[in-house]
Design a binder for this molecule. Structure first.
Ligand SMILES: NC(=O)c1ccc[n+]([C@@H]2O[C@H](COP(=O)([O-])OP(=O)(O)OC[C@H]3O[C@@H](n4cnc5c(N)ncnc54)[C@H](OP(=O)(O)O)[C@@H]3O)[C@@H](O)[C@H]2O)c1
Length: 334
């Protein structure tokens, strides 16, 4: 089978299409014929082996054979299942995420997949996995769990005020929609060309970061979901309510310690505050994937697709994603 691999660290030019032996699903795994995948920042961190801490896991000088297959998000069709798989069967259309998605076939633990809603194309479903799970789990980490409820005759409670910085990217476009589904008042920060997009996704207020710096304004937020990685903690803290939460997904760019210092600062700040300061890593969670599938099926959530690249242009797709200004998801079809 054809597989896109990186046998050395470097830019998109080091990607190679090789003929690899098809993987075999172990007991609790599913073999998927991949139709579509997408680009996530994780992909180019793994490709470049930066920050260097990535190499502790993937191989110091070059990616180990087990880390050479690239890509996480997947939408496709179940080709075979391991003996312990109970929820999925051959022929099911599925989506989710695992490792080695930029291949004709990949194996994924059953917990990393759910059935694809019939009304959602495989191309769109290939852009959901990591980004949408990150949006859902990140907002939840900041306390946004479910829409507020109130009894008839009671005054409607104040909606939590959520600020999403980096609202037009892969995670951000899902985060705006999910925050609205969870009952928040959403302020979205993006650049001029994306203001209309985030408003269409449901943002109540939009801020153009090229003309207005949100951290210098007077608005205060119960939850800041930070996806751009380029604002100082003390500036963000200034616009947080006294018991608010700052959840940082975006980390400052850097090859050595910079991306690790930001989470450490958040952890220390949290120790001495009534506020929550958190960085977090999205986790595979079947129930969360199913929530996303349900929202997609009902049309409450949609995938914003920036561009669709065929597999033979995957290097271009990666370069597009790495530039950091994608509008929604950059999709790759296999
Ligand atoms: N922890 C985890 O598990 C996890 C998982 C996924 C992603 N992440 C992290 O989350 C971040 C976002 O990921 P992504 O996939 O959404 O990236 P992305 O698709 O590249 O989007 C980045 C967005 O940031 C915006 N942006 C750039 N400069 C900005 C600024 N100064 N102020 C506000 N927005 C700005 C861009 O909008 P414009 O084009 O308008 O500039 C773009 O929409 C990345 O740092 C990634 O590493 C973490």
């Amino acid at each position: 089978m054809k597989s896109v691999v990186a046998t050395t660290y470097g830019g998109p030019e080091v990607l190679r299409v090789v003929d690899a032996p098809p993987p075999v699903a172990a007991d609790n795994q599913v073999l998927v014929r991949v139709a579509a995948s997408s680009i996530n920042p994780l992909d180019w961190h793994e490709l470049r082996g930066t920050p260097y801490v990535v190499r502790m896991m993937r191989g110091l000088r070059a990616p180990k054979p087990s880390g050479q297959a690239m890509g996480s998000d997947v939408a496709g069709v179940v080709e075979s299942v391991g003996a312990g798989v109970t929820r999925l069967a051959v022929g099911d259309e599925v989506f989710g995420f695992g490792s080695g998605a930029w291949s004709e076939l990949m194996v994924v633990g059953e917990s990393g997949l759910v059935p694809k809603p019939a009304g959602v194309s495989k191309t769109d479903a290939g852009g959901v996995g990591v980004a949408a799970i990150t949006a859902l789990q990140g907002l939840r980490r900041g306390g946004l769990v479910a829409p507020l409820t109130w009894a008839p005759g009671e005054v409607e409670p104040m909606r939590p005020r959520v600020l999403i910085i980096g609202a037009s990217g892969g995670v951000g476009t899902f985060a705006v929609q999910i925050a609205k589904l969870l009952g928040a008042h959403v302020t979205a920060v993006t650049s001029t060309r994306n203001l209309e997009l985030v408003a269409r996704l449901g943002a109540d207020d939009v801020i153009d970061y090229t003309t207005t710096e949100v951290t210098r304004g007077i608005a205060r937020f119960d939850l800041i979901f930070e996806l751009a990685g380029n604002r100082r903690l003390r500036d963000l803290a200034r616009i947080l309510t006294p018991t608010g939460s700052l959840v940082a997904c975006g980390a400052p760019k850097g090859e050595w310690l910079a991306p690790l210092v930001a989470p450490a600062k958040l952890a220390v700040a949290s120790l001495f505050s009534r506020r929550t300061y958190a960085s977090f890593l999205a986790k595979r969670d079947t129930a969360d994937l199913q929530s996303l599938a349900d929202w997609l099926a009902s049309g409450a959530l949609r995938v914003v697709v920036d561009e669709v690249y065929p597999a033979d242009r995957i290097a271009e797709a990666l370069a597009h994603g790495e530039a950091g200004h994608a509008r929604g998801k950059v999709i790759v079809t296999l």
